[in-house]
Design a protein around this ligand. Structure first.
Ligand SMILES: [Zn+2]
Length: 197
């Protein structure tokens, strides 16, 4: 889940003879700085990106994890997840990421969690999914991939806090599929999970 991708600035929406959005200022009627084109007034809005991913399990409950081949957090384990592409649904995006990162074919079940990460202007939507086959292998963004029983999850080598959160929520909801999606954990939940390590 790289968090350093710069959104396309849509400079093609400028006029043909424009220099493109390159001046920061507060547009009339707005309350914050935007990047604007001084030639035509085009405003290059930058908005949060959506990351889609999955806690994908095989029939025996083992969970698919991928060891990252790319920065950030290269070498650490993560859930298959990544930025949505244009013109795809969140479920399609989560399934695509599982294929790209672990050559895993999955059947998306339901939304497990939605996480706000305002610090990096990101929203993460993590689904629960069933692996259609236990045969997985690393895609180009993974060093290795594997199916982990709960007791074997490498907690100290997980790439991001949201990976920990999603795994914990998944485990606490085993056998249940009718729950509302989880959100960012409360301090109490974090303290409870910390004690379990
Ligand atoms: Zn322009």
């Amino acid at each position: 889940m790289p968090d350093d991708t710069i959104p396309d600035d849509n400079s093609s929406d400028c006029g043909p003879n424009c220099g493109g959005p390159r001046v920061r200022g507060i547009p009339p009627g707005e309350d914050r700085e935007r990047l604007m084109c001084p030639d035509c007034g085009y405003i290059a809005y930058q908005n949060p990106l959506i990351v889609v991913g999955a806690v994908a399990t095989w029939e025996d409950g083992r969970i698919l994890l991928c060891r990252r081949a790319i920065e950030p957090r290269k070498g650490f384990w993560t859930l298959p997840a990544g930025y949505m592409e244009e013109r795809e649904s969140t479920r399609e995006g989560a399934a695509r990421e599982a294929w790209e990162e672990a050559r895993a074919r999955i059947d998306i079940d339901h939304l497990l969690a939605i996480y706000d990460i305002p610090r990096i202007s990101q929203v993460q939507m993590i689904f629960r999914a069933r692996l259609l086959s236990p045969d997985v292998e690393p895609g180009p963004e993974s060093l290795e991939v594997g199916l982990f029983a709960w007791k074997d999850i490498p907690w100290s080598e997980l790439a991001f806090p949201t990976v920990v959160w999603a795994l914990r929520e998944h485990h606490e909801r085993l056998g249940r599929s009718d729950c509302a999606p989880a959100v960012n954990p409360t301090p109490d939940a974090l303290a409870r999970w910390e004690k379990m390590l």
